[in-house]
Design a protein around this ligand. Structure first.
Ligand code: SF4
Length: 115
């Protein structure tokens, strides 16, 4: 499902140049997340965008070893926390998000519902 077409454009609020945050209520917004990643990406490499591992398609690979390598590379991402929150809110989204596979995100979403 392409959720981006259902989402109104938004601007990411930068509290400071170092720690931009998504506006309240937009934690589930794909465009807001991408704006945030773009913002961070101007200062630091984003592993899934900047060729940190080969193949670059590892984040959506069917191969477990490649997905695991992608998830490990996420640990160096400045947007890890926000990407993981988005991914847990959308566990059916394809691929590794925030260092978690869809299966891990489904489990994390279930855990959060029980809290
Ligand atoms: S946390 Fe991982 S999937 Fe999310 S933007 Fe960073 S590198 Fe990409």
């Amino acid at each position: 499902m392409n959720i981006a077409r259902h989402i109104k454009p938004v601007a990411v609020v930068a509290v400071s140049d170092k720690f931009p945050v998504m506006p309240p209520g937009l934690e589930h917004d794909w465009r807001a997340l991408n704006d945030l990643i773009d913002h961070y990406g101007q200062r630091q490499p984003i592993p899934c965008r900047d060729g940190h591992i080969e193949p670059s398609s590892a984040w959506t690979s069917e191969r477990r070893a490649e997905r695991d390598a992608a998830a490990k590379a996420c640990s160096n991402c400045p947007a890890l926390t926000q990407c993981r929150d988005y991914g847990i809110a959308h566990p059916k989204e394809e691929g590794v998000l925030g260092g978690l596979t869809p299966r891990q995100r489904t489990q994390a979403a279930a855990d959060r519902r029980q809290q």
